[in-house]
Design a protein around this ligand. Structure first.
Ligand code: ATP
Length: 451
């Protein structure tokens, strides 16, 4: 039997359960763009919130939210106008377009040659010479569409941080070392998009730029590398599915660079980059803006341009990694109403960390009579004040569990006939499927502790 790529299963579950839809699907979709559905928007929000808390719930990191459109000079200073390019080639035979550096893994565009790698076509001389293609999306500011009105959709959020370094330092009275964090959309006109959310044209980044004394760069680089790996592990990614890739070849401004990679079904793929960017960015913005950007240390009386340690994660790529990491199919004994087990059946479960799970608990009345729905509705309303919860009274309880397993809901709470006598409910754990009975008034406390 052909091995089905797990990505295909996750894409199908994502659509079925309302995590991710193709953008503009009814019009045939728009390449490289995706929409987050009711569960997806919750998961994405939770990923971003977990990151935001990790970064900004500390004394020496401030948050900002800069605008997507920035002064065009920003992108000259940053080097993006000149260098943010990928080498592009076209196949003279089938007309498919590729990023030259991905030809070895890419599939030939001619459907007649199923499974053939584009690298083979290259050897046969089918490609045009490589041309540099700038990945920034251009648009015009104001009514006149002339070259002076050109602005770009930002290809990264980092520049919004650098140009606000002085504003943040002065308004927050921070002293070095300190960081500035930002989450936001970024746009890249990628030559090829593929692998679901991995490479898209519109995506979200979570970036934190940490400004330091140049003498301390190695220490802080190590610190952030460890911190960022630990964050992914804390939220459930198996350590053996993470790899640190050390860059041998560095960008001209970087002193050190590593990628945190996740074991995607297609191979290792970067989910976050950690870079020692030296004083390159602040220096360039100083030169291009004419505004002095530097730091005065009142203890040592030194004046210098800070170095930057950058942590740059994709929110949408991390979202995909969290989904793939959580996805599991297993054979289990069927759960009967009384908690006992019967014949084997298959279940699909998303073992998402409770803090990331879109829905924290589902509440079921065992049957739709004897006052059980009323108690379950009341419990749902009580829990809803603190948590995203879901009420479900349709179908057998086993079926309801299965639906929630696929959504990654960590807890299911059932109101049954015992509830009528002693005010207890069962709480069933998604991963172990173990049920315990607790007093209905303790459910809030229970969820708070687990989440
Ligand atoms: P790649 O080599 O995969 O194109 P990159 O090295 O250009 O990535 P960075 O510029 O370091 O990526 O961006 C930081 C993070 O932003 C990446 O680790 C990734 O998680 C995310 N990212 C970058 N490009 C995309 C994209 N096209 N779609 C989704 N996420 C992206």
């Amino acid at each position: 039997m052909a091995k089905i790529d797990i990505t295909e299963k996750v894409v199908s579950l994502a659509k079925r359960r309302g995590f991710v839809f193709q953008s503009s699907e009814i019009y045939g979709g728009l390449n490289g763009c995706w929409d987050y559905g009711p569960l997806g928007v919750e998961l994405l929000k939770n990923v971003k919130e977990a990151w935001w808390k990790e970064m900004t719930f500390r004394e020496n990191i401030e948050g900002i939210d800069a605008s997507i459109l920035m002064h065009p000079k920003v992108w000259e200073a940053s080097g993006h106008v000149e260098n943010f390019t990928d080498p592009m080639v076209d196949c003279k035979e089938c007309k498919a377009r590729f990023r030259e550096d991905t030809l070895e893994e890419a599939e030939c565009g001619n459907k007649a040659y199923k499974g053939r790698k584009a690298g083979k076509c290259r050897k046969e001389g089918k490609f045009t010479e490589a041309r540099n293609f700038n990945l920034m999306f251009k648009t015009y500011l104001g009514a006149l569409e002339d070259k002076d009105a050109i602005v770009y959709l930002r290809p990264e959020t980092a520049q919004g941080i650098y140009v606000n370094f002085l504003n943040v330092k002065e308004s927050s009275r921070q002293k070095l070392p300190f960081g500035i964090a930002q989450i936001g959309k970024a746009f890249r006109n990628e030559i090829n998009t593929k692998n679901f959310l991995f490479r898209t044209r519109e995506f979200e980044q979570m970036e934190m730029q940490f400004f330091i004394n140049p003498n301390e760069d190695e220490k802080w680089f190590e610190y952030w590398k460890e911190n960022r790996i630990n964050w992914f592990v804390k939220y459930g990614i198996n350590r053996d599915k993470l790899n640190i890739h050390v860059h041998e070849k560095l960008a001209h401004y970087a002193k050190a660079a590593v990628d945190i990679e996740f074991a995607f079904p297609f191979g290792w793929g970067e989910i976050e980059g950690i870079h020692n960017r030296t004083d390159f960015d602040l220096k360039r913005h100083s030169e291009f803006s004419g505004k002095k950007i530097e730091y005065f240390d009142d203890q040592t009386k030194e004046r210098y341009i800070p170095f930057v340690i950058e942590t740059s994660a994709g929110a949408s790529r991390s979202f995909m990694a969290f989904l793939l990491n959580a996805y599991e199919e297993e054979q289990i004994a069927r759960e009967n109403l009384d908690g006992s087990k019967a014949a084997n059946e298959a279940r699909t479960v998303l073992r998402l960390h409770p803090a990331l799970a879109p829905i924290k608990a589902a509440i079921f009345p065992l049957v739709n009579r004897d006052g059980m729905p009323e108690i379950a509705h009341k419990l749902t309303e009580d829990l809803r004040k603190d948590f995203k919860v879901f009420f479900d009274d349709s179908g057998a309880v086993g079926r309801r569990y299965r639906r929630q397993d696929e959504c990654g809901t960590p807890f299911c709470i059932t109101v049954d006939s015992d509830t009528l006598n002693d005010n207890t409910v069962t709480i069933r754990d998604r991963d172990s499927m173990v049920q315990e009975r607790i007093h209905i008034e303790k459910t809030i406390q229970f969820l708070k502790e687990k989440i």
